[in-house]
Design a protein around this ligand. Structure first.
Ligand code: GYE
Length: 320
């Protein structure tokens, strides 16, 4: 009797354990995602991509918009830790100042995925992987396009104004560096002013107005770290009675639809692609990490360069 009861009990327990086990395995993965904000067309497309991919993959997404403030991102990450999410992903608004909060995530044994922007932490074990573009290369591509363009007028000095992205952000630092590298050794290409427009249209317009006021007509080229600032600047240039894309050659980065429209209207000369469609890759990597599969430390997005001449042909293919 006792033996039978024990056996039965064990059998019931075994069944229970199996059910509980599979229930655990089927439990949807929970991801906490801290987004930079909604500062640009790029960012809106990035958010959409992440939300859609999570839905498609059956991943529960806790999404927090930081309105371009690091302190909000830190708060969001701490709240994800408190909620014991399975994975934390975030796009760090600036590069530095993350060590403490990342250590807290590590102590809680919650893996962290960086998307889009990098951190400059010396301790690389503070995050599992970084998915995103090579921003230095994007800056080089923008610079190389300009070097080619300038070959048409080799005797002419071209005064360049630069609209930088958010101060201290990986894309602003890297795009500045890559561009400077590509135009170095071309003394006719001179950066005469460089200031942040915080990756927004409004600031891009405002800073371009200040550039125009300070430089008068002595601006030949605008290099904008993103399309939105270029689009804002186009307005300022037109309001100053000049022709964007002609009087002032404009080079920018992202490849959003707004940039293609500006190119088709002859107001923008080239955009270097930076894909925001990181959602599907992010969800896949999150699953791999959760399943204990090894993931690469760096996953680089593939991108191209689109000059105005191909804009109309490429426009229908653009997904963001
Ligand atoms: O280029 C800009 C956005 O981090 C790559 O952020 C991203 C940048 C993008 O605001 O438009």
């Amino acid at each position: 009797m006792t033996i039978r009861r024990t056996f039965l009990g064990a059998a019931v327990l075994a069944i229970f354990a199996t059910t509980a086990g599979s229930a655990l395995a089927n439990k949807p993965l929970v991801m906490g995602f801290s987004q930079v904000g909604a500062e640009s067309e790029w960012r809106t497309a990035n958010t959409r991509s992440i939300k859609e991919a999570a839905k498609k993959e059956g991943i529960i997404l806790k999404f927090a918009d930081a309105q371009q403030k690091q302190e909000n991102q830190v708060k969001a990450i701490r709240s994800f830790i408190a909620q014991r999410v399975d994975v934390i992903a975030f796009s760090p608004v600036v590069e530095s100042g993350w060590d403490t909060v990342l250590r807290e995530a590590r102590n809680a044994k919650i893996p962290v995925i960086l998307t889009d922007r990098a951190v400059n932490a010396a301790d690389k074990t503070l995050y599992t992987t970084f998915i995103g573009s090579d921003f230095v290369e994007e800056g080089r591509r923008a610079g190389r396009w300009l070097v080619e363009h300038a070959k048409k007028t080799p005797q002419r000095t071209l005064n360049i104004v630069e609209l930088q992205g958010t101060v201290g952000s990986a894309p602003a630092l890297d795009r500045q560096k890559g561009f400077a590298e590509a135009i170095a050794g071309h003394p006719n290409l001179k950066i005469v002013r460089s200031q942040t427009g915080d990756f927004t249209r409004a600031k891009g317009k405002e800073v371009m107005e200040a550039f125009l006021k300070a430089q008068g007509k002595n601006i030949n080229v605008l290099y904008a770290h993103n399309d939105d600032m270029a689009i804002g600047a186009i307005q300022a240039i037109e309001e100053a009675g000049l022709k964007p894309g002609k009087d002032i050659v404009i080079v920018s980065i992202d490849g959003v639809k707004g940039a293609f429209e500006a190119m088709m209207a002859g107001k923008l000369n080239v955009t270097v692609e930076c894909s925001p469609l990181l959602g599907p890759q992010l969800m896949k990597v999150a699953r791999d990490i959760k399943a204990g599969r090894p993931v690469p430390k760096r996953i680089v997005t593939e991108e191209g360069v689109f000059p105005a001449e191909v804009a109309a042909k490429e426009y229908p293919n653009r997904k963001y």
